[in-house]
Every structure is written in structure tokens, then in C-alpha cells.
Design a protein around this ligand. Structure first.
Ligand code: GLC
Length: 522
């Protein structure tokens, strides 16, 4: 049996993902991939830095003078012309590796797939991310260094598990029984569905055992759930919600099947691990983008940040009315439409809104219209803007997260740390990280509403305005929020390390990967 773990007790962990901050990020996925790789690297449980495979998107910029090691790897499959050795085609990718931030970033450079403007949203995304998964596997095989754990994120990297089981099932490095696999689900709403007519873009055909006879296509996320040793999502509450028809996005049955299969210690194979944030990255006392530093011990600088934000967006800094911030992807998940609907009521209560988001222009339209009518009370920054986001977290009085569902959410944790109480819908990770001050006066950290409606949101905002009118109550609320410990190092990293070890034990258990009970098909 080849495993670094058995040889020297330290794990060799490889992660594959479509995003990794600060190199490529569209949402929270990127933050987690980066923070987890850094966190695991610091535990001393690994045999070296985590390898993080990421597409070399056009936008990825490495710092000048980076020491980059380049190797060429031939990747069989529909990535280039056929040759006698590879009748189905072969493409040559360059793997550009650089040790940075405490992990080894491994950029998969293949311009036809990744030298494009946006990370997602291309008609050939399955082909692009199939290449990511297969290039990672081929690189590991070429290096022939034992890997203990492959950590794949969302559907994009689930390709690695499908292609492993199709093309390399008995490989001494990446095959089953050698390489344990964890799948982390950040977004259950995106499955990577590939029609049967498109299977060739992954190098698959109908009738392949990984696809199934008579299949209409392949759901890559479902396949990842079936093939990973352990599956997790990013909060305990969302892990429970994902098992229901309402929030399971059609995969609840597959997840219930996974959860019902115990591992060697009798623990379920589907679990929730709450994300953290990096307290060094999110620290108002050192954040260089803020007008003034502040901390829990001395919050004076927050007022300057507020004045600075209001000034920048053209609001009257002298108006003491509540300023509500909302930041996120313009995606139906996030509930921007609820805020648009509640806006008139909030304005009538004296509030002002600072909204930032990029994505679906239809979701931005109502804010654009409102901002045009009331530029003194509503502003929309319709782009992904890291610096402005920090100023909003710091400068607002309250941060809104009315998400319909939220596997974890990061904004609420940042807001807590920045002394800006969050107002959230009781769902997923939001429910796990915010304590409702209205229900628990004197012990809350924010405001939590039950139903994802404009009513629910506006009601919680009004409760927040009431608390804000009581200076002592408000100060206690802010103080408690700033004291919440969501550090990756305090819990999540150890929880992943434990999950990694469980997955490794499962992968090496006798009979692992052979005739497992099949997942049910809806
Ligand atoms: C996705 C989820 C979000 C989570 C993030 C990181 O973006 O929607 O809730 O925080 O992934 O895990």
C-alpha cells in the first residue's frame, strides 16, 4: 500500500478547486480554499504544504519575482489532437507551481480552456473543469509521490473523482484504496449537469460505469457525493437542511444515503463543518483600506470609517440614521430582491442603504432605479470591489444577509468582527453564527428573522433600529459581536484534519471502493 501517512505519519494533502483567493475568486469558495490550505499547512500534521490545483485563469497574477516551477504534463482526453498513443486525444498543459501563503499553488495552464475573462459561465465549463480534474490526476501520477488525501470542492473539482474512477481506478497513486477523497459542498444549487450528448467533452460515453446505462447524462456533484469517502458542507445547520426536499436541490436523497452510511467509527459520511475567517485578514485594527483603525478595546475609529464611507458614496455624514450595508453576488440565493422590496419601508424609517454586488443585472435593476431617485439614501456599487467591501463592513451600522439559503456565509462573520451587527435570515451557517438580540436581549450578537420575505427582513431591521436607539444596549451588542471567535484555527481546521483522517481510514479499509451499496436514483 502506498501512502505517505503510513510511511512517515504525516499526510500529503492535495486540493482541487475552481477558486482560491487571492488568485481567483467569485465568492466565498475562494476564501475557504485558501484559508483551509493555509490552516492545514500550519498544523504540523502534513508532510509539506498542501498542493492546491487551480486553473490559470487570465486574471491570475502572481507577484513579481515569484519562483515558479514549470512542468509539462500530457493530459489524455478531448483536449487536443489524437495520436497513436492517445487515439481519444491528448493536450499538453503546463503546471506552474509556486509556494506561497503557506501552500503550493499549482496553476493548470491551458490557454484554450482558461485564458478567458470570467471564471464561470462559459458554455464549455464541463470541458474546462474536466480538464482541471484530469490534469490534477495526471500531474500526481507523473510525480509518483504518494498522496493521502484529495480534497475536491463543489462540482468543478468533482470531475477529478469521476475521471479517477473511470480512467485510473487501480492506479497506485490516485486509484481507489490509495487516495482518500473528501468532497466539500459550498454550493448545492450548482450541480454541473452534463447532457448525454455532451459526455464526450469529459471523455465519457453513455454506458461507462461512472455514467450508467441509459443515463440522460451525468450530474457531476451527485457523482462526487457518491464517489468521495466523506462529504461535508460548510455548516451544521445547512448539513441538516440539505437532507430535506426544500433545501436539498434534488440531491437530498443522495445525501441522506451518504449520511446513513457510517464510517469505521460509526460516524456519518456526510457532515457539516462550519467555516471560519482569518482574523489576520479581517482585522479592523490593521485593515489598511479603512479610514481609521479600531478594535474591540477602542472603537473610536469606527465613527471615522462611517463618515468616510458616507462621504465616498455621497451621503450626508452628519445624519445619524441607520446605515445598512449589503454585499454579495447578485444571485437569487442572496435575497437582494427582498431588500429591494423592503427598501421603501426602510427608507421611511430613516435608514440609508449601501449595496454592492456583481452578477445578474436583473437583480441590480431595482437598486439602480432607487439610487437614481434617491441618491442621498441609496447607493449601488455594481461590481466586485474588495476595498469598498472592507469600507462597507466597517462603515455601516448594520450588515444585511437575507439569503434564502446559505451553506455558511462569510459576510456575517466579518461584520461581527468589524463591530457591525448582522441582520440575517435564520438559515444554514447564518443560523449557526448569529444570536438574535431580540429573542435574547443582552446576549445577542445580531438580528435573526425566520422567513425570507421583505416583511421578515424589514421587521428585523426595525428591531435593530430600536436597539440602536438605546446606546448601552447597542454598545453591548457590538462588543459581544466583536468578541465572537470564528478563527479557522480555533475549530474548523482541526475538524477538517479529523475528517481527513477519517476519510483516509475509510479509503484504506478492506473492501473499500469495491461493491459499495449503490446510491439511489430519484
Ligand atoms: C458558497 C456558499 C456560502 C459559503 C461559501 C464558502 O459561496 O453559498 O454560504 O460561505 O460557499 O463555503
Amino acid at each position: 500500500m502506498t501512502t505517505g501517512l503510513v510511511d512517515n505519519g504525516a499526510m500529503h494533502v492535495v486540493s482541487v478547486a475552481a477558486e482560491c483567493e487571492p488568485w481567483a475568486k467569485a465568492g466565498g469558495l475562494g476564501d475557504v480554499v485558501d484559508a483551509l490550505a493555509r490552516g492545514l499547512g500550519r498544523t504540523g500534521a502534513l508532510d509539506g504544504p498542501v498542493d492546491v490545483f487551480l486553473p490559470a485563469y487570465r486574471s491570475v497574477a502572481l507577484p513579481a519575482n515569484s519562483l515558479v516551477e514549470e512542468v509539462r504534463v500530457d493530459v489524455p482526453g478531448p483536449y487536443g489532437p489524437s495520436t497513436p498513443a492517445h487515439p481519444d486525444g491528448v493536450g499538453t498543459v503546463i503546471i506552474r507551481s509556486v509556494v506561497t501563503r503557506g501552500y503550493r499553488l499549482r496553476l493548470v495552464d491551458f490557454p484554450p480552456a482558461f485564458d478567458r475573462d470570467a471564471i464561470y459561465g462559459h458554455p464549455d465549463d464541463a470541458w474546462r473543469f474536466g480538464l482541471l480534474g484530469r490534469a490534477a490526476l495526471e500531474t500526481l501520477r507523473a510525480e509518483a509521490r504518494p498522496v493521502d488525501l484529495l480534497h475536491v470542492h463543489d462540482w468543478h473539482a468533482s470531475t477529478a473523482l469521476v475521471l479517477r474512477d473511470r480512467f485510473y481506478p487501480a492506479d497506485p497513486i490516485v486509484g481507489r484504496g490509495h487516495l482518500a477523497a473528501i468532497l466539500t459542498i459550498h454550493n448545492l444549487a450548482y450541480h454541473g449537469w452534463v447532457e448525454r450528448t455532451e459526455l464526450a467533452t469529459l471523455g465519457l460515453v453513455v454506458g461507462d460505469p461512472v455514467v450508467g446505462r441509459g443515463a440522460a447524462g451525468i450530474d457531476l456533484l451527485r457523482a462526487g457525493i457518491e464517489r468521495a469517502d466523506l462529504v461535508n458542507t460548510v455548516s451544521p445547520t445547512f448539513a441538516a437542511e440539505a437532507l430535506t426536499a426544500e433545501l436539498g436541490f434534488g440531491l437530498d436523497q443522495t445525501l441522506r444515503w451518504k449520511a446513513a452510511q457510517p464510517d469505521l467509527a460509526g460516524q456519518p459520511r456526510f457532515l457539516g463543518i462550519l467555516n471560519g475567517i482569518d482574523p489576520a485578514v479581517w482585522d479592523p485594527s490593521t485593515d489598511g483600506d479603512l479610514a481609521a483603525p479600531y478594535s474591540a478595546a477602542d472603537r473610536a475609529g469606527k465613527a471615522s470609517c462611517r463618515a468616510d464611507l458616507l462621504d465616498r458614496v455621497g451621503f450626508d455624514p452628519g445624519d445619524d440614521g441607520p446605515v445598512l450595508g449589503m454585499i454579495g453576488r447578485l444571485d437569487p440565493q442572496k435575497g437582494f430582491d427582498l431588500l429591494a422590496e423592503a427598501a421603501a419601508r426602510l427608507l421611511a424609517a430613516g435608514a440609508r442603504l449601501v449595496v454592492q454586488g456583481s452578477g445578474d443585472p436583473a437583480l441590480a435593476a431595482p437598486f439602480r432605479a432607487l439610487a437614481k431617485r434617491r441618491p442621498d439614501r441609496i447607493v449601488l456599487n455594481e461590481r466586485f470591489d474588495r476595498v469598498m467591501a472592507r469600507r462597507i463592513y466597517a462603515g455601516c451600522d448594520l450588515l444585511l444577509m437575507p439569503s434564502r439559503f446559505e451553506p455558511c456565509g462569510q459576510g456575517q462573520m466579518i461584520a461581527l468582527r468589524y463591530g457591525t451587527p448582522p441582520i440575517v435570515h435564520r438559515t444554514g451557517g447564518l443560523a449557526d453564527t448569529v444570536i438574535d438580540e431580540h429573542l435574547h436581549p443582552g446576549t445577542g450578537t445580531g438580528f435573526v428573522f425566520e422567513h425570507p420575505t421583505a416583511e421578515g427582513l424589514a421587521g428585523a431591521c426595525e428591531q435593530a433600529f430600536e436597539t440602536r436607539a438605546d446606546a448601552a444596549a447597542w454598545s453591548g451588542l457590538v462588543e459581544r459581536g466583536m468578541a465572537v471567535d470564528n478563527d479557522w484555527a480555533s475549530g474548523p481546521t482541526a475538524a477538517y484534519l479529523d475528517a481527513d483522517r477519517r476519510a483516509i481510514a475509510l479509503a484504506h479499509a478492506p473492501g473499500a471502493g469495491q461493491s459499495r451499496r449503490r446510491a439511489p436514483r430519484p
